[in-house]
Design a protein around this ligand. Structure first.
Ligand code: UDX
Length: 441
């Protein structure tokens, strides 16, 4: 098929490279000419393992090219896929300006017979756009096809999805997506437009709920001196629960889970539902960095003038993305409390979103010298395989706080280090009832 992908971000580029690999002829369009230039040269403007090589392969095959939007729209395209950003405003409402701008460009420069919305859009958006498109071209059909790509494993998720969701106004309209994804061996669920939109929000909100649930248990484990990893393992042996997304730590971040949780809360509020369950999930996540901060403060006997070394700035391992990173939230709080912080991250260098005063190190052991405490904030393999005897020799203090519960406490104890996790079986002296829901308004 001849396909246009509008939006050269993480979702658009990964999707385009995958479709080109299936033999489709794909053009990616974006308003940012620098991004288009970089991608045309075979380099993605973001870190995603394995993407650059597949990108270069697709470019060399002639199945993929990058152009400016809307001037570069291909008249012969059969399908246009919207992969533009849908950020939230300050009140958690979804900003659809990029979606509306993409549709306006298509209406002005040539509307293919099929428009696919891959961007995450509030329930009801597809039906509104379908009417707008049908007024312009009655035969045009709109399909809602949400993505479930995880940063750091996006190519795997694109080539081996758990499911393909196809939201349509009429079942017959789903056939074009079946053709588009014919190379994929994944179950396809054809739904209504709105159900497809809600499946995306609901899936991310549920994943967020699991994380906040295990983080609540980590707090109880801190009070009771239990190991939450053991509790999670025992829970996960129930096939109805499963072991995924039960890793306690400093909380969930990224550009999706927080945004989609807020988006669902905001949509619910618009119909008068206050969805306290989802609000509590958000509250646990917003207070988890403070919970960890409390442990650091107690371990160091105060923060003023203390020196903290930190490993990991992105919102999780496998990516350089720092959007919504709980690591940055925590480091900002430490700096505000008067500590000095020097950080290392395998992919991230300096950048505008770093908290003021954060110092950056260029290698793993550089931050440790004379530090009172080491904070591990993302679960990179490089951190898990560190030389803990060397860590011990460099630190001034001897506490390592494992913000992702990804380290082996016994290995650190052997090196003479004091291990602190997030609910990892070392009773810590915490103020009773210091995190009470609902918060005093
Ligand atoms: C997520 C969804 O997984 C994906 O399906 C959707 O398309 C986009 O949003 P992503 O944001 O890349 O993907 O990251 P994910 O792997 O889901 O992790 C999200 C956050 O939760 C990270 O900060 C991670 O550290 C945290 N997390 C995840 C936990 O704290 N504990 C867990 O057990 C799992």
């Amino acid at each position: 098929m001849r396909v246009e992908v509008i939006g050269a971000g993480f979702v658009g580029v990964v999707t385009a490279v995958t479709l080109a690999r299936f033999g489709h002829r794909v053009t990616v369009l974006d308003v940012d000419d620098r991004k288009i230039g970089k991608l045309s040269g075979g380099t993605a403007p973001f870190y995603e393992p394995g993407l650059d090589s597949l990108l270069r392969e697709a470019l060399a095959s002639g199945c993929l090219d990058f152009r400016l939007f809307p001037a570069g729209l291909a008249k012969e395209a059969q399908l246009a896929m919207l992969c533009v950003g849908t950020p939230n405003d300050a009140r958690g409402r979804t900003d659809l300006a990029q979606v509306d701008s993409a549709v306006a460009g298509l209406l002005a420069h040539g509307l293919p017979e099929t428009i696919v919305i891959k961007s995450t859009v509030p329930v009801g958006t597809g039906r509104r756009l379908a009417k707008q498109l049908n007024d312009a071209r009655p035969a045009c059909r709109l399909v809602v096809n949400p993505e479930f790509l995880r940063e750091g494993s996006a190519l795997h998720d694109a080539l081996h999805p758990d499911r393909i969701i196809v939201g349509v106004a009429e079942p017959a309209q789903a056939s074009c997506l079946l053709e588009l994804y014919r190379e994929l061996e994944a179950p396809v669920l054809v739904t209504g437009l709105e159900e497809a939109e809600l499946i995306k929000y609901a899936s991310n909100a549920f994943l967020a709920t699991r994380v906040s649930f295990i983080n609540v248990l980590s707090r109880l484990c801190d009070h009771w001196g239990l190991d939450v990893n053991v509790v999670a393992r025992g829970m996960g042996m129930d096939h109805r629960i499963g072991g995924q997304f039960l890793q306690a730590g400093i909380g969930f971040g990224g550009s999706c889970l927080p945004k989609d949780l807020d988006g669902l809360i905001s949509q619910a509020a618009a119909c008068g539902e206050n969805v306290n369950l989802l609000r509590a999930v958000r509250w646990v996540n917003e207070t988890q960095p403070a919970w960890v901060m409390e442990k650091i403060e107690r371990a160091l006997g105060g923060l003023q003038g203390k020196r903290v070394a930190a490993w990991g700035l992105s919102f999780k391992a496998g990516t350089d993305d720092r959007r919504g990173s709980p690591a940055l939230e925590l480091l900002g709080r430490l700096l505000e409390a008067g500590a000095s912080v020097i950080a290392y991250d395998p992919t991230a260098t300096g950048g505008p979103e770093l908290p003021p005063g954060l110092q950056m190190a260029g290698s793993l052991y550089e931050p440790l010298s004379q530090a009172d405490l080491l904070l591990v904030l993302t679960e990179w393999q490089e951190f898990q395989e560190a030389d803990w005897d060397r860590v011990k020799s460099l630190l001034k203090g001897n506490v390592v706080l494992d913000g992702r519960n990804c380290l082996d406490p016994d290995r650190l104890a052997t090196a003479g280090l004091t291990y602190l996790g997030v609910g990892r079986g070392r009773p810590v002296e915490l103020r009773k009832g210091c995190f009470v829901w609902p918060p005093a308004s």
